[in-house]
Design a protein. Sequence first.
Length: 148
Amino acid sequence: MDATNITYNPDEALKLSNQLCFPLYAAARKIVGAYTPYLKPLGITYTQYITFMVLWEKDDILVGEICEKLHLDNGTVTPLLKKMQDEGYITRTRERSDERKVRVKLTDRGRQLKEKVQDVPKKIGSCISISKDDAKTLYRILYEIIGE
């Protein structure tokens, strides 16, 4: 659908089937839900999983950097990190030069979790039945939408 050639009609604009946001929302919920059977036995949520992914890429990182990478605000990430710390996966320490900044580091337990989730991306990939070309196109478009 070419949005530039659409004449605005309030009745049509309010139809759920005409909302770009709805299929994005529904697809995201479906995909995130697909992770549950693999992550729940490990005692972690999807949001914790993506936070671990950030830390496995770059350990010893500021909370603000995690927020930026995940497109989440500090109010969402801070309680998540507190729970991860309480479970022994990470440590959080305030920067001496600026106590408003908090540094996050994986513990041995957090690093070992990576081994337990190695096959999750492959399992999720087999749950989503779109072609590799469509997946690449979707990936590119979604990253355009989020500005990366």
